[in-house]
Design a binder for this molecule. Structure first.
Ligand code: CDT
Length: 305
Protein backbone atom coordinates (compact mmCIF):
# COMPACT_ATOMS: atom_id res chain seq x y z
CA UNK A 1 0.00 0.00 0.00
CA UNK A 2 1.29 3.42 -0.94
CA UNK A 3 2.42 5.69 1.88
CA UNK A 4 0.70 8.94 0.97
CA UNK A 5 1.31 12.12 2.95
CA UNK A 6 -1.09 14.77 1.66
CA UNK A 7 1.11 17.82 2.18
CA UNK A 8 0.33 21.52 2.07
CA UNK A 9 3.02 24.14 1.49
CA UNK A 10 1.60 27.12 3.40
CA UNK A 11 3.34 30.20 2.08
CA UNK A 12 3.00 33.35 4.18
CA UNK A 13 2.95 36.82 2.71
CA UNK A 14 4.80 39.69 4.40
CA UNK A 15 4.65 40.14 8.17
CA UNK A 16 5.04 43.74 9.36
CA UNK A 17 7.26 44.50 12.33
CA UNK A 18 4.20 45.72 14.22
CA UNK A 19 2.07 42.65 13.44
CA UNK A 20 1.41 40.58 16.56
CA UNK A 21 2.12 36.87 16.81
CA UNK A 22 -1.60 36.37 17.51
CA UNK A 23 -2.43 37.92 14.15
CA UNK A 24 0.14 35.79 12.31
CA UNK A 25 -1.12 32.64 14.04
CA UNK A 26 -4.63 33.59 12.85
CA UNK A 27 -3.30 33.68 9.27
CA UNK A 28 -1.60 30.31 9.82
CA UNK A 29 -4.86 28.80 11.10
CA UNK A 30 -6.70 30.10 8.02
CA UNK A 31 -4.17 28.24 5.83
CA UNK A 32 -4.47 25.15 8.06
CA UNK A 33 -8.23 25.15 7.50
CA UNK A 34 -7.70 25.40 3.74
CA UNK A 35 -5.38 22.41 4.06
CA UNK A 36 -8.01 20.51 6.02
CA UNK A 37 -10.56 21.14 3.26
CA UNK A 38 -8.07 19.63 0.82
CA UNK A 39 -7.48 16.55 2.97
CA UNK A 40 -3.95 17.44 4.08
CA UNK A 41 -2.07 15.37 6.67
CA UNK A 42 0.75 17.89 7.05
CA UNK A 43 1.03 21.67 6.63
CA UNK A 44 4.47 23.27 6.24
CA UNK A 45 5.03 26.95 7.11
CA UNK A 46 8.14 29.10 6.50
CA UNK A 47 11.30 29.92 8.45
CA UNK A 48 10.78 32.43 11.34
CA UNK A 49 7.06 32.21 10.65
CA UNK A 50 5.81 34.09 13.70
CA UNK A 51 7.41 37.49 13.14
CA UNK A 52 8.91 39.71 10.52
CA UNK A 53 12.41 38.69 9.32
CA UNK A 54 14.18 40.76 12.01
CA UNK A 55 17.83 40.02 11.00
CA UNK A 56 17.39 42.74 8.38
CA UNK A 57 17.88 45.34 11.15
CA UNK A 58 20.95 46.11 13.22
CA UNK A 59 19.98 46.28 16.89
CA UNK A 60 22.33 46.87 19.83
CA UNK A 61 19.75 46.44 22.58
CA UNK A 62 19.60 42.69 23.34
CA UNK A 63 16.15 43.09 24.91
CA UNK A 64 14.88 44.45 21.58
CA UNK A 65 16.36 41.41 19.80
CA UNK A 66 15.05 38.95 22.35
CA UNK A 67 11.51 40.26 21.85
CA UNK A 68 11.52 38.35 18.54
CA UNK A 69 12.36 35.05 20.30
CA UNK A 70 10.13 32.33 21.83
CA UNK A 71 11.08 30.99 25.27
CA UNK A 72 8.67 28.06 25.22
CA UNK A 73 6.89 26.10 22.53
CA UNK A 74 3.96 25.88 22.39
CA UNK A 75 3.29 29.19 24.13
CA UNK A 76 0.28 31.47 24.56
CA UNK A 77 0.55 32.87 21.04
CA UNK A 78 0.94 29.53 19.24
CA UNK A 79 -1.39 27.43 21.43
CA UNK A 80 -4.43 28.13 19.18
CA UNK A 81 -2.54 26.68 16.18
CA UNK A 82 -1.60 23.54 18.11
CA UNK A 83 -5.20 23.19 19.35
CA UNK A 84 -6.89 23.73 15.97
CA UNK A 85 -4.49 21.38 14.18
CA UNK A 86 -5.11 18.65 16.75
CA UNK A 87 -8.85 19.18 16.39
CA UNK A 88 -8.54 18.81 12.61
CA UNK A 89 -6.12 15.86 12.91
CA UNK A 90 -3.39 17.59 10.92
CA UNK A 91 0.33 17.80 11.65
CA UNK A 92 2.42 20.86 10.85
CA UNK A 93 5.88 22.39 10.91
CA UNK A 94 7.07 25.96 11.27
CA UNK A 95 10.19 27.94 12.05
CA UNK A 96 10.73 30.38 14.93
CA UNK A 97 13.48 32.13 16.84
CA UNK A 98 14.23 29.98 19.90
CA UNK A 99 15.71 31.32 23.14
CA UNK A 100 16.66 28.49 25.44
CA UNK A 101 18.65 28.16 28.66
CA UNK A 102 20.93 25.12 28.73
CA UNK A 103 22.94 24.82 31.90
CA UNK A 104 24.03 28.35 32.81
CA UNK A 105 24.01 29.64 29.23
CA UNK A 106 21.35 31.24 27.06
CA UNK A 107 21.23 30.09 23.44
CA UNK A 108 19.60 31.77 20.46
CA UNK A 109 18.75 29.43 17.60
CA UNK A 110 16.93 29.67 14.29
CA UNK A 111 14.71 26.64 14.85
CA UNK A 112 11.98 24.62 13.17
CA UNK A 113 9.73 21.93 14.63
CA UNK A 114 7.48 19.19 13.32
CA UNK A 115 4.26 18.54 15.23
CA UNK A 116 2.33 15.32 14.67
CA UNK A 117 -1.42 14.87 14.35
CA UNK A 118 -1.75 14.45 18.13
CA UNK A 119 -0.13 17.82 18.75
CA UNK A 120 3.22 16.42 19.93
CA UNK A 121 6.52 17.97 18.83
CA UNK A 122 8.25 15.03 17.19
CA UNK A 123 11.24 16.78 15.60
CA UNK A 124 13.26 19.88 16.34
CA UNK A 125 15.95 21.25 14.05
CA UNK A 126 18.29 24.21 14.67
CA UNK A 127 19.77 25.90 11.61
CA UNK A 128 23.27 24.73 10.74
CA UNK A 129 24.25 27.12 7.91
CA UNK A 130 23.75 30.69 9.15
CA UNK A 131 24.23 33.20 6.32
CA UNK A 132 25.03 36.88 6.47
CA UNK A 133 27.31 38.83 8.79
CA UNK A 134 27.87 39.90 12.41
CA UNK A 135 28.42 43.64 12.33
CA UNK A 136 26.41 46.56 11.02
CA UNK A 137 27.20 47.17 7.33
CA UNK A 138 25.38 50.42 6.57
CA UNK A 139 26.29 50.32 2.86
CA UNK A 140 23.74 47.54 2.42
CA UNK A 141 20.14 48.37 1.53
CA UNK A 142 19.25 46.10 4.47
CA UNK A 143 21.21 43.92 6.86
CA UNK A 144 21.34 40.12 7.08
CA UNK A 145 22.49 39.65 10.66
CA UNK A 146 21.75 35.97 11.27
CA UNK A 147 25.37 35.44 12.31
CA UNK A 148 24.91 38.14 14.98
CA UNK A 149 21.57 37.08 16.42
CA UNK A 150 21.77 33.28 16.19
CA UNK A 151 24.15 30.56 17.27
CA UNK A 152 24.80 27.90 14.62
CA UNK A 153 23.64 24.46 15.64
CA UNK A 154 26.26 21.86 16.41
CA UNK A 155 23.74 19.02 16.21
CA UNK A 156 23.74 16.90 13.05
CA UNK A 157 20.86 16.76 10.57
CA UNK A 158 18.31 14.15 11.55
CA UNK A 159 15.01 12.57 10.55
CA UNK A 160 12.07 11.59 12.74
CA UNK A 161 9.46 8.90 12.31
CA UNK A 162 6.26 10.74 11.52
CA UNK A 163 3.35 10.59 9.06
CA UNK A 164 4.24 6.99 8.19
CA UNK A 165 7.76 7.84 7.05
CA UNK A 166 11.00 9.57 7.98
CA UNK A 167 10.75 13.35 7.95
CA UNK A 168 13.76 15.68 8.09
CA UNK A 169 14.13 19.43 8.26
CA UNK A 170 16.47 22.14 7.02
CA UNK A 171 16.13 25.92 7.07
CA UNK A 172 16.55 28.41 4.24
CA UNK A 173 20.28 28.82 3.53
CA UNK A 174 20.79 25.09 4.29
CA UNK A 175 18.95 24.33 1.05
CA UNK A 176 21.80 25.75 -1.04
CA UNK A 177 24.30 23.20 0.35
CA UNK A 178 24.44 19.72 -1.23
CA UNK A 179 25.71 18.29 2.07
CA UNK A 180 22.34 19.08 3.68
CA UNK A 181 20.42 16.71 1.42
CA UNK A 182 23.03 13.96 1.40
CA UNK A 183 23.34 14.00 5.20
CA UNK A 184 19.56 13.82 5.50
CA UNK A 185 19.29 11.06 2.90
CA UNK A 186 22.01 9.01 4.60
CA UNK A 187 20.03 9.34 7.82
CA UNK A 188 16.97 7.99 6.02
CA UNK A 189 14.88 11.12 5.39
CA UNK A 190 12.19 10.54 2.78
CA UNK A 191 10.75 14.04 2.94
CA UNK A 192 12.57 17.24 3.89
CA UNK A 193 10.69 20.36 5.03
CA UNK A 194 12.45 23.67 4.30
CA UNK A 195 11.14 27.10 5.20
CA UNK A 196 12.85 30.17 3.79
CA UNK A 197 13.07 34.00 3.78
CA UNK A 198 15.06 34.93 0.70
CA UNK A 199 15.45 38.55 -0.40
CA UNK A 200 15.42 39.22 -4.14
CA UNK A 201 18.36 41.58 -3.66
CA UNK A 202 21.69 40.03 -2.68
CA UNK A 203 23.96 42.95 -1.74
CA UNK A 204 27.22 41.03 -2.29
CA UNK A 205 26.38 40.05 -5.88
CA UNK A 206 23.45 42.16 -7.10
CA UNK A 207 24.10 40.88 -10.63
CA UNK A 208 22.49 37.64 -9.37
CA UNK A 209 19.26 39.28 -8.20
CA UNK A 210 17.39 38.14 -11.30
CA UNK A 211 18.51 34.54 -10.58
CA UNK A 212 17.12 34.26 -7.03
CA UNK A 213 14.03 32.26 -8.00
CA UNK A 214 16.07 30.07 -10.36
CA UNK A 215 18.66 29.28 -7.67
CA UNK A 216 15.89 28.56 -5.17
CA UNK A 217 14.42 25.80 -7.31
CA UNK A 218 17.75 24.67 -8.78
CA UNK A 219 19.19 23.62 -5.42
CA UNK A 220 16.01 22.03 -4.06
CA UNK A 221 15.24 20.12 -7.28
CA UNK A 222 18.81 18.84 -7.45
CA UNK A 223 18.68 17.86 -3.77
CA UNK A 224 15.44 15.96 -4.29
CA UNK A 225 16.64 14.07 -7.37
CA UNK A 226 20.21 13.31 -6.28
CA UNK A 227 18.95 11.87 -3.01
CA UNK A 228 15.58 10.45 -4.03
CA UNK A 229 13.41 12.37 -1.61
CA UNK A 230 10.47 14.73 -1.41
CA UNK A 231 11.24 18.38 -0.70
CA UNK A 232 8.71 20.90 0.55
CA UNK A 233 10.11 24.43 0.20
CA UNK A 234 8.00 27.18 1.77
CA UNK A 235 8.57 30.92 1.52
CA UNK A 236 7.80 33.97 3.49
CA UNK A 237 7.15 36.08 0.43
CA UNK A 238 6.36 39.55 -0.80
CA UNK A 239 7.39 43.07 0.18
CA UNK A 240 8.12 42.91 3.91
CA UNK A 241 9.11 46.20 5.53
CA UNK A 242 10.39 47.45 2.16
CA UNK A 243 12.36 44.28 1.39
CA UNK A 244 11.21 42.05 -1.49
CA UNK A 245 11.22 38.34 -0.62
CA UNK A 246 10.88 35.64 -3.26
CA UNK A 247 7.91 33.26 -3.26
CA UNK A 248 7.53 30.18 -5.48
CA UNK A 249 6.92 27.84 -2.55
CA UNK A 250 6.83 24.36 -3.97
CA UNK A 251 6.58 20.63 -3.50
CA UNK A 252 9.23 18.62 -5.35
CA UNK A 253 9.03 14.90 -6.11
CA UNK A 254 12.02 12.55 -5.73
CA UNK A 255 12.42 12.77 -9.52
CA UNK A 256 13.23 16.47 -9.12
CA UNK A 257 9.93 17.56 -10.68
CA UNK A 258 7.98 20.44 -9.15
CA UNK A 259 4.49 19.03 -8.62
CA UNK A 260 2.89 22.07 -6.95
CA UNK A 261 3.94 25.70 -6.76
CA UNK A 262 2.55 28.92 -5.31
CA UNK A 263 1.77 31.61 -7.85
CA UNK A 264 1.33 34.64 -5.58
CA UNK A 265 3.53 36.50 -3.09
CA UNK A 266 0.91 36.33 -0.35
CA UNK A 267 -0.67 33.80 2.01
CA UNK A 268 -1.28 30.79 -0.24
CA UNK A 269 -1.60 27.05 0.16
CA UNK A 270 -0.56 24.55 -2.50
CA UNK A 271 -0.97 20.84 -1.86
CA UNK A 272 0.00 17.47 -3.25
CA UNK A 273 -0.41 13.82 -2.30
CA UNK A 274 3.21 12.79 -1.73
CA UNK A 275 3.80 9.05 -1.96
CA UNK A 276 6.85 8.33 0.19
CA UNK A 277 7.35 5.01 -1.60
CA UNK A 278 8.32 6.95 -4.71
CA UNK A 279 11.73 7.60 -3.11
CA UNK A 280 12.60 4.02 -4.12
CA UNK A 281 12.31 4.89 -7.83
CA UNK A 282 15.53 6.84 -7.42
CA UNK A 283 17.13 5.15 -4.41
CA UNK A 284 16.97 1.64 -5.84
CA UNK A 285 18.24 2.70 -9.24
CA UNK A 286 20.34 5.61 -10.46
CA UNK A 287 21.25 6.78 -6.93
CA UNK A 288 21.43 3.46 -5.12
CA UNK A 289 23.89 4.53 -2.42
CA UNK A 290 24.69 0.91 -1.60
CA UNK A 291 25.52 -0.08 -5.16
CA UNK A 292 27.15 3.01 -6.60
CA UNK A 293 28.30 5.45 -3.93
CA UNK A 294 32.08 5.62 -3.25
CA UNK A 295 32.50 7.24 0.19
CA UNK A 296 36.01 5.79 0.56
CA UNK A 297 37.07 8.11 -2.29
CA UNK A 298 35.23 11.21 -1.04
CA UNK A 299 37.64 11.98 1.78
CA UNK A 300 37.74 15.76 1.19
CA UNK A 301 33.99 16.12 1.82
CA UNK A 302 34.13 15.29 5.50
CA UNK A 303 37.60 16.64 6.23
CA UNK A 304 37.59 19.35 8.91
CA UNK A 305 40.19 21.97 8.02
N1 CDT B 1 17.10 33.22 5.63
C1 CDT B 1 18.14 32.90 4.85
O1 CDT B 1 18.91 32.01 5.15
N2 CDT B 1 18.29 33.65 3.73
C2 CDT B 1 19.40 33.52 2.82
C3 CDT B 1 19.59 34.84 2.12
C4 CDT B 1 20.83 34.90 1.35
S1 CDT B 1 22.28 35.11 2.26
C5 CDT B 1 22.29 36.74 2.75
C6 CDT B 1 19.19 32.45 1.78
O2 CDT B 1 20.12 31.63 1.58
O3 CDT B 1 18.16 32.41 1.11
Amino acid sequence: MARIVATGAAQLGPIARAESRESVVGRMIALLEKGAARGCDLIVYPELALTTFFPRWYMEDQAEVDAFFERTMPNDATAPLFARAKELGIGFSFGYAELVREGDRLHHYNTAIVVDKEGQIVHRYRKIHLPGHKENEPWRAFQHLEKRYFEASSEPFSAAEAFGGLIGQAICNDRRWPETYRELALRGAEMVLIGYNTPVHYPLAPEHDHLQCFHNHLCMQAGAYQNGMWIVGVAKAGKEEGCDLIGQSCIIAPTGEIVAMASTLGDELVAYECDLDRCVEIRANIFSFKLHRRPEIYTAIAAVN
